[in-house]
Design a protein around this ligand. Structure first.
Ligand SMILES: O=C(CO)[C@@H](O)[C@H](O)COP(=O)(O)O
Length: 204
């Protein structure tokens, strides 16, 4: 684990995917493992919960010291109350939406969140192809955030690499999660730098 973390020491965050085999058809790990990563990682953790009942579990990840904890809008019973709880513990509060989930319901509560994750693949597995049909939704969200003077971060996750990061940045994303494009590279830190500079050239 330390070796893998050392390979991405230049990243802004380590994105940690928690999957429960209920909300998504895949299983990773839970709070105990995330606690170990938290103790070991020199880079702050950005925890993405792909789990049912985040209202019950998300605060535990914030208590572990994760910099941000993102839960799915589709899974949460009380998204605003949960975001407030995460913030009260000291984590950035994130909410994620699957590719087919509309974002309009978030417009009036944008300031309750520190980041909104627009999934650019169906959650569950790394290595899938980027879904360009999610870009109009991202653009709408970015326009609305700008109109309201919101400083919420707009994150994309899934199939992000050299050939897709520009369109996500152009549509308004400012935070990018890359798995295969980084860990599949010979030099992950260099891949991070290249992705970062491509994104910044297309950010407006
Ligand atoms: O959460 C997910 C998928 O569920 C993502 O974080 C992917 O794991 C990112 O991997 P690539 O699509 O970049 O390979």
């Amino acid at each position: 684990m330390q070796t893998e973390l050392a390979r991405i020491a230049g990243a802004d965050f380590v994105h940690v995917d928690v999957m429960d085999n209920h909300f998504v058809p895949n299983l990773t790990f839970g709070p105990q493992m995330v606690g170990r990563i938290q103790e070991t990682s020199p880079v702050p953790l950005d925890v993405h919960l792909m789990i049912d009942d985040p209202d019950r579990w998300a605060p535990e990840y914030a208590e572990l010291g994760a910099a941000s904890v993102t839960f799915h809008l589709e899974a949460a019973a009380s998204p605003v109350a949960l975001a407030r709880r995460l913030r009260s513990i000291g984590a950035r509060a994130g909410v994620a939406v699957k590719p087919a989930t509309p974002v309009e319901n978030l417009f009036d509560v944008l300031n309750e969140f520190d980041q909104i994750l627009v999934m650019t693949v169906e959650p569950g597995f790394g290595g899938q192809s980027f879904l360009p049909e999610t870009m109009p939704k991202l653009r709408t969200l970015a326009d609305e955030a700008k109109r309201r003077g919101s400083s919420v971060w707009l994150q994309v996750d899934g199939g992000i690499g050299e050939s897709t990061i520009a369109q996500a940045a152009e549509a308004g994303a400012d935070t990018f999660v890359a798995g295969s494009a980084v860990f599949g590279a010979d030099d992950p830190d260099r891949a991070i730098q290249t992705l970062r500079s491509t994104a910044s050239r297309h950010t407006h």
